[in-house]
Design a protein around this ligand. Sequence first.
Ligand code: 4AD
Ligand code: MG
Length: 471
Amino acid sequence: MVGTLQAGRAGSRAWGMRTLVRDLLRSSAPADVIHAAGWVRTRRDSKAFSFLEINDGSCLGNLQVIADTGIPGSADLQKMGTGASVAVEGRLVASQGGQQAWEVQASSIRLLGESPEDFPLQKKGHTAEFLRGIAHLRPRTNLYGAMFRVRSRMSQAVHRFFAERGFYHIHTPIITASDCEGAGEMFRVTTLDPTSGKSGSFADDFFRKAAHLTVSGQLEGETFACALGNIYTFGPTFRAENSNTSRHAAEFWMIEPEMAFCDLQGDMDLAEEMVKYLVREALDHQDGDLSVFEKFVDQGLRGRLEFVAENPFERVSYTDAVSILQGSGKSFEYPVEYGLNLQSEHERWLTEEYFKKPTTVFNYPKEIKPFYMRLNDDDRTVTAMDLLVPGIGEIVGGSQREERLDVLLANMERHGLALEDYGWYVDTRKYGSVPHAGFGMGFERLLMFVTGMQNIRDVIPFARTPGHCEF
Ligand code: 4AD
Ligand code: MG
């Protein structure tokens, strides 16, 4: 377990085992007194001493502690059951047992917080569903600890990816009066009291108009791309989609880059580069945590991720994808027909069975896509692109944007968007319009891909889905 623990040198604050043990390994004298704190995973007693496995959440590995009967604090040993929190002082010594290289020979031990018998994580092997009901405790398990460490690492890597490429980070609003996707799946934001019995009007409402939680930061992001060049947003987005699937949440995080002077090719290139970068990040820096997913969730995980990080993706037009699906001889639940949306079963078949790799589908019929996508010369399709991955389907959706003022205005009319609401957006086309493109990557979908987790509820700390807003 050496190299995966967290501990701090003696002091008023436990620093985290991981950092300390890394330092100790570099020095060849692991003899300092260390100060460690964590939650008890297991305890075994013998007459003269107790073995405790403690974990402080900073990494997968536990720290093994030997506490002799009689050291300060040992009177409380019987209260240090699974889930209890303890602090230990002692020396790191070479371990006699085969499981770990080092263990702490405690010179003192202190009970910080007891954990009574009804602690729900006493036993192992709980179902994902049970653990969702205790989402406030599940990060203390190996699997969910790994999950949320990977989530943190991936979030930091997203910012690094863009920083390395000169993108500016823009904070777009969470409350908005625009509907980017035009799908009518917005949560209303209001200060009117639905329980008062009076039906209020917008004149009485906080913003004096209809306001919603954003479904996408794209429209606001575009205005900044049309000023700063390459930008991205990374924030929570909300959709009142009443679909109870394993891939949809009502609150999810989206990463949305937007690039000025960029076309569809450049957009697809960036999306692929980003998926590869993030997969590589997980492989190189979260190997211990990935091993947990491999053990409990998906045996072929690391092999598949290596393949994705190292090999080119596929690209296919929507029209060709439809022909391939129609010629597949497979009977799908939903029809495959030019002009219909691809369903997740179609997307998965294309990536899992046909191409056997991540695949970007581009140039979709204009009728099934939002108003802002650029019309192609064929007058039938728009420069939309969806990046699909095996096991999930769509993880990225994007497009080149319609930069021609007259075409955009015609699209808006066709989609029933009022100019007085979107005049600010139209201004970017009126004053120095430029070709530009961007996409949205669903952060949770990416995490599902990287960890192999099958349900979006298990990659979000506190998931919000229809009928569920606990915690
Ligand atoms: O394809 P979508 O709807 O695209 C947009 O919102 C564009 N405005 C993005 C852009 O061009 N800037 O959503 C983008 C991605 C999807 O590919 C999917 O990964 C994720 O967001 N997504 C969801 N993730 C979890 N739960 C949901 N309900 C999601 N809806 C979309
Ligand atoms: Mg989409």
